[in-house]
Design a protein around this ligand. Structure first.
Ligand SMILES: [Zn+2]
Length: 247
């Protein structure tokens, strides 16, 4: 009888142990899930910082060679002016205040990590937007299914394109040839927009590039672009511009 009692008590003790163990496993499981999620977030954040660092440092590039392109070719003022008129340079707005950078980010609405294909400039509705280079308006739409709202796309020389999203008014039409400085329209808050701003994109050969490198590009900072933007072969482009005069 005593043996049974002891055995019974032992079984109850074991059952309680198993129950506690199950509970511990459950909490541990949840804890690990939280830790794994935290780690994923940390990795995403580090990845973003790495992209930023790569852009700042231009890792893996022979900087001395890139600097020499400019020094070796000795571009004249007219050549520089031609390049700056042909390729998006300078800001599409008179004043620029960046509210969201180009690059990978956690989307504020969907919470998913995705590429922000342009840069967002804070701008009260009705701010003038100017073309940063000569070109042709290839899209001027009052509605865009991609969420850009009222938008314009311009094709520039040498394979560049710029896009302006969330506008309130458009002053140009598709097919129109425009000059650097042409008033394109007004900023707004149309489409998928969380507040009045201009979404500005720059593409080279159909690939997105960091718009800011081009926004801060002008006659005074002319050779900085050779080390900052590596999406195109600047050396070949400069040779082409120089040869243009030898016709
Ligand atoms: Zn944007």
């Amino acid at each position: 009888m005593i043996t049974f009692c002891i055995l019974g008590a032992y079984i109850i003790y074991l059952n309680i142990n198993i129950y506690n163990l199950k509970d511990t496993i459950k909490t541990k499981d949840e804890l690990y899930k939280i830790q794994i999620n935290n780690r994923i977030n940390e990795i995403n954040l580090l990845n973003d910082q790495l992209v930023d660092l790569q852009q700042i440092l231009n890792i893996g590039l022979d900087l001395s060679k890139k600097d020499n392109i400019y020094l070796n070719t000795k571009l004249g003022e007219k050549d520089k002016e031609y390049i700056l008129n042909s390729i998006p340079s300078g800001s599409p707005l008179e004043r620029t205040f960046i509210t969201s950078k180009y690059g990978y980010r956690i989307h504020p609405l969907t919470k998913k990590r995705r590429l922000h294909t342009g840069v967002d400039f804070k701008a009260k509705i009705g701010t003038h937007i100017y073309s940063p280079a000569d070109g042709v308006v290839i899209k001027a739409r009052n509605f865009d299914p991609g969420g850009y709202g009222k938008m314009i796309t311009i094709a520039h020389n040498f394979g560049f394109k710029t896009l302006y999203g969330h506008m309130s008014d458009i002053y140009v039409k598709e097919g129109q040839i425009i000059q650097k400085g042409t008033l394109l329209g007004l900023t707004g808050n149309t489409g998928q927009s969380s507040g009045p701003h201009l979404h500005y994109e720059v593409k080279f050969a159909e690939k997105f590039v960091e718009p800011i490198n081009f926004v801060y590009w002008n006659n005074k900072t002319f050779n900085t672009i050779f080390t900052k933007d590596l999406s195109l072969d600047w050396e070949k482009l400069i040779l082409l511009v120089k040869e243009r005069k030898n016709d």
